[in-house]
Design a protein around this ligand. Structure first.
Ligand code: UDX
Length: 436
């Protein structure tokens, strides 16, 4: 099949490369000429494990190409995906749909013959209807369907998530569209991945409801972690104890500094705006969202308390600044709340991140960027772990003790046990567990 993917951001690039890997002929389109030129040279604009090999392998095999020219890509395509950004609109939290609508208009102008237009961008319920109206108004004689096919990719494991998803959701009432989508995802059906066909609006709600539910799960366990700290219980054992109940499930119960990233914060806000407009009450999502925002702000106080109540003039070594490991993405990362608050309290921050420092540097002025974890910790007054990159899981604790001026560790990701830290003679503060 021939596929046009409009937008080479995170979702568009990963999806385009994976569809090419499924054997389809994919053209990825973007207005950003510099980005397209770089991709044509084999340079990948984001850090995502395995993506360079996947993109370049399929490029050399002739199944994946890049273009700034939407017209020919759409004219030759059986299926056109819209995978452009839907950032939070400044001020009101609504999803900004201007890129989606602009892409839909251009697709309308270019399409010839039957075309299936599929929305992959995360969009508020009813956007599929608007895209359909827009195309119909622009080209009344056009033969097309508009479907919704939300993505559930996690950064850092996006390729695995695309190729081995728990399910594929497609929102369309058209039999012809269903047939095309079945063909497109055929390799997954051979793996017995369930494909759920729903009405278009329902698919749009599924995406937001899934993200809001996961965000709620995280905020829930984070509040339980606060309780554990007060009553001397261990949140990790609590998460395990409740997660073994199949009705609850053990995933997304890892307590930490609060969720960040490109989806949870933005999508929960957009869903709340939709609820407000329609008069529906989403008080649980509202609570999850505000609990998370407040938590991120509070984390600096937790660190300051662990450092003896005052960090003025102290040098703090920070490991990890991205919102999660295996990405260079800084969007809504907890570090963006935590580091400036520590600086405001008078601390000097030395930080190291395996992939995120280039993205982070302009966002975190005044931070001293180090070449690795050892350089960061040398002579520091405390070590703060903000992101659980694998390489931070196996620090030499003896060396750490020698390197630090004071043996204080604040681990906001709970990647060490209290026992091993105690044995190493380090003062260890984590989340939802008593300090040692
Ligand atoms: C998320 C969804 O998982 C994905 O399905 C959707 O398509 C996009 O948004 P992503 O933001 O890439 O993916 O990462 P995810 O692994 O979900 O983590 C999101 C945030 O939650 C991170 O800040 C992470 O540190 C935090 N998190 C996650 C926790 O604090 N605890 C957990 O148990 C899980």
């Amino acid at each position: 099949m021939r596929v046009a993917m409009i937008g080479t951001g995170y979702v568009g690039l990963v999806s385009g490369a994976c569809f090419a890997d499924f054997g389809h002929e994919v053209v990825c389109v973007d207005k950003d000429a510099a980005k397209i030129e770089a991709l044509e040279r084999g340079e990948i604009p984001i850090y995502e494990p395995g993506l360079d090999v996947l993109v370049n392998g399929n490029r050399f095999a002739g199944r994946l190409s890049f273009s700034t020219d939407l017209g020919p890509a759409v004219r030759g395509a059986d299926v056109v995906f819209i995978a452009v950004g839907t950032p939070s609109r400044r001020g009101d939290g609504h999803a900004d749909l201007s890129y989606v609508f602009a892409a839909a208009e251009e697709v309308a102008d270019a399409m010839s013959g039957y075309t299936l237009v599929v929305n992959k961008s995360t969009v508020p319920v009813g956007t599929g209807d608007k895209v359909e109206e827009l195309i119909r108004a622009r080209k009344p004689q056009a033969d097309f369907d508009v479907a919704s096919n939300p993505e559930f990719l996690r950064e850092g494991s996006a390729i695995e998530d695309f190729k081995r998803p728990d399910r594929v959701v497609v929102g369309t009432g058209s039999e012809r569209a269903k047939e095309l989508m079945n063909q497109l995802y055929r390799p997954l059906f051979l793996n017995e991945t369930p494909i759920l066909f729903t009405a278009r609006r329902t698919a749009e709600v599924i995406k937001y409801a899934a993200n809001a539910f996961l965000a709620t799960k995280i905020s829930f366990i984070n509040e339980i972690a606060d309780l554990c700290e007060k009553v001397d219980a261990d949140v990790q054992a609590v998460a395990k104890g409740i997660g073994l109940d199949k009705r609850i499930g053990g995933k997304f119960l890892h307590a930490g500094p609060g969720y960040g990233g490109s989806c949870f914060p933005k999508d929960t806000l957009a869903l709340l705006r939709t609820a407000e407009e329609t008069g529906a009450s989403l008080s649980i999502v509202e609570a999850a969202s505000s609990s998370n925002a407040e938590r991120k702000k509070r984390m600096a106080e937790k660190i300051i308390a662990a450092c003896g109540g005052d960090v003025k003039g102290q040098t703090l070594a920070v490991l990890g600044v991205t919102f999660k490991p295996n990405t260079d993405d800084m969007r809504d990362a907890p570090s963006l709340d935590i580091i400036p608050a520590l600086q405001k309290a008078g601390a000097h921050i030395r930080a190291y991140d395996p992939e995120g420092m280039e993205e982070a540097a302009p966002l975190l002025p005044g931070t001293e960027w180090m070449k690795d974890e050892n350089e960061a910790m040398k002579g520091a007054d405390a070590l703060i772990i903000l992101t659980e990159w694998n390489q931070f899981r196996a620090l030499d604790l003896g060396h750490l003790h020698e390197s630090l001026r004071k043996p204080v560790i604040v681990d906001l990701r709970n990647i060490y046990t209290r026992e091993e830290m105690k044995k190493a003679g380090l003062a260890y503060h984590s989340v939802g567990r008593a300090p040692v």
